[in-house]
Write a protein that binds this ligand. Structure first.
Ligand code: F6P
Length: 341
């Protein structure tokens, strides 16, 4: 069998573990040939690839990023994108394509699969917002990085009696905010799923100081917004791919909380540090399992499917179903967290 693999969209710790696992299972156990497309779908559309053998994946398990590179280019963005992809798959004699990506990548995978290409998708995103799988690799690493940062920020916040508003990633969902906030014992968590009321947030943070505490930590997901009409709030339109561009909810919240509380407040934006560096052991294992199962699915001819973690098992979910909705933070998870903040 000849398999093409690619990594597309925002990078994520664990991508290299999937690539390595695909190569090991396919080349060593099945005697397949594997090629890796450079920079996501762009590599497939431009026929830019390299052969992946055991040497090519040697030593990459613990390495962050992706050895293949990534981009946000989607076949649907280009004139004749789908036809071009189909032509290259035929020219290269590919029997299967394994795209590893998040929401946008999986939508493109579904589109190509509907067009008849042999695709088995692997989900990735630090945001953990793909509904089809219980967990995505990268999430555990991002939460670990954010939690460590929050632990560190507590000591400086206390020294200066400050309110620190810490912005974590999560454009549509607040999973990283919720988990890191719970793990670090933050004093408020603000997520996109529940637009915040600035009066309530001020009261919550203010109550800490009234009880004699010297500092407060607020964790906010980058996509969080105030409840309609409760606070002036600026968003800055979209980026070159049409994605919403975030202006820094932490900046705006820090100005507002400082003014309302009369306490020094500072924004801290963790940004891409949450995506960089070595994956945790959990993410390496999940990524490795996804890679193994993707190759098996290809050999069985289970195309148009996505590998997914369900409980402790890796299962296959139809790509079409997998891209229907995002996995948002349910109200009861937020309530559980709120009681211990
Ligand atoms: O989708 C993952 C993610 O990390 C989001 O949380 C974040 O909004 C986005 O990627 C940032 O991506 P970029 O690398 O394009 O700035």
């Amino acid at each position: 069998m000849r398999i093409g693999v690619l990594t597309s969209g925002g990078d994520c710790p664990g991508l290299n573990a999937v690539i390595r696992s695909v190569v090991h299972r396919a080349v060593v156990d099945h005697g397949d040939e594997v090629i890796g497309f450079h920079d996501g779908w762009k590599g497939l559309l431009e026929c830019d690839y390299r052969k992946l053998d055991l040497d090519a994946v040697n030593g990459i398990l613990a390495r962050g990023g992706t050895i293949l590179g990534s981009s946000r280019v989607q076949p649907a963005h280009l004139v004749d994108g789908v036809e071009r992809a189909r032509g290259h798959v035929a020219d290269l004699g590919l029997d299967a394509i394994i795209p590893i990506g998040g929401e946008g990548t999986l939508k493109a995978a579904h589109l190509l699969s509907e067009a008849g290409l042999p695709i088995v998708g692997v989900p990735k995103t630090i945001d953990n917002d793909i509904a089809a799988t219980d967990v995505t690799f990268g999430f555990d690493t991002a939460v670990t990085v954010a939690t460590e940062a929050l632990d560190r920020l507590k000591t400086t916040a206390e020294s200066h009696q400050r309110v620190l508003i810490v912005e974590v990633m999560g454009r549509h969902t607040g999973w990283i905010a919720l988990h890191s906030g719970m793990a670090a014992g933050a004093h408020a968590v603000v997520v996109p799923e529940r637009p915040f009321d600035i009066d309530e947030l001020t009261a919550r943070v203010g109550a800490r100081f009234e009880h004699g505490k010297r500092f407060a930590i607020v964790v906010v997901a980058e996509g969080a917004k105030p409840r309609e009409g409760t606070m002036d709030f600026k968003t800055a339109g979209t980026d070159i791919y049409g994605h919403e561009r975030f202006t820094g909810v932490a900046n705006q919240l820090s100005v507002e909380l400082e003014r309302r509380l009369g306490k020094e407040a500072r924004p801290v934006i963790l940004g891409h540090v949450q995506r960089g560096g070595t994956p945790t052991a959990y993410d390496r294992v999940l990524a490795t399992r996804f890679g193994w199962h993707a190759v098996e699915a290809a050999h069985r001819g289970d195309f148009g499917m996505l590998t997914a973690l369900r409980g402790t098992e890796i299962e296959l979910v139809p790509l079409g179903k997998a891209v229907e909705t995002l996995k948002t933070v349910p109200a009861d998870r937020y309530d559980e967290a709120e009681c211990v903040l």
